[in-house]
Design a protein around this ligand. Structure first.
Ligand code: GAR
Length: 219
């Protein structure tokens, strides 16, 4: 079967990109990365893509007059490269509604909180300040409302008494790195659909004991 062609959008170190690169390099993985786009020329993830021989486009939002023009340039590059599905992996720009609608149900994001709690930035500092006992990450489809699309999967970690935003972020990232390639595999296999704004799994999916899925609780 043809592999699902991914476009991965990054702004930073690209550790989530790296786990997707590694997954795509394993035998039988049903997706491949056709293009990486970074909006920052200094993003560490660029070297990761280059080392793997993956085409990279650096498209700086600063070179464009407005959000839609920047998004149009990305859309053009993505379609030129034959991208069918977008993975946001630490991409720190808000996308225009037009771009999001073009990629409806074909674009997912990893967010470092248990949505719908802590949308937006500084999730770890806010969680620590609130004294919450659990934090985590969420993979979700992207919708025009920021960090508010159908939830695909979540993973939970404890918040420990002496956590700093950095130590909590590191604990959450371990889970991000497990979740992202596992869920992209399921999507590429056609086992994830959105019905009435909620994610439904098909095809005998077993998310495993540590991948907490709040959209389809098992009885
Ligand atoms: C990840 O932890 C991701 O959850 C977060 O940025 C980090 C990127 O790390 N994303 C957001 O905050 C999106 N609002 P990486 O560049 O090492 O993959």
């Amino acid at each position: 079967m043809a592999k699902l062609k991914l476009g991965v959008l990054i702004s930073g170190s690209g550790t989530n990109l790296q786990v997707l690169i590694d997954a795509c390099a394993t035998a039988g993985y049903p997706a491949e990365i056709a293009l990486v786009i970074s909006n920052k020329a200094t993003a560490g993830g660029i070297a990761r893509a280059e080392a793997a021989g993956i085409p990279v486009a650096v498209i700086s939002h600063k070179d464009f007059d407005g959000r839609e023009a920047f998004d149009d340039a990305m859309h053009e590059k993505l379609t030129e490269a034959g991208v069918e599905f977008i993975c946001l992996a630490g991409f720190m720009r808000i996308l225009s509604d037009r771009f999001i609608e073009r990629w409806h149900d074909r674009m997912i994001n990893i967010h470092p909180s248990l949505l719908p709690a802590y949308r937006g930035l500084d999730t770890h500092a806010r969680a620590i300040a609130d004294g919450v006992r659990f934090a985590g990450c969420t993979l979700h489809y992207v919708r025009p409302d920021l960090d508010n699309g159908p939830i695909i999967a979540q993973a939970v970690v404890p918040v420990l008494p002496d956590d700093t935003p950095d130590t909590l972020a590191a604990r959450i990232q371990v889970q991000e790195h497990r979740l992202y390639p596992a869920i992209v595999r399921l999507i590429a296999e056609g086992k994830v659909t959105v019905e009435d704004g909620r994610v439904v799994y098909g095809g005998g999916v077993d998310l495993g004991e540590n991948l907490t899925d709040i959209t389809s609780p098992r009885t």
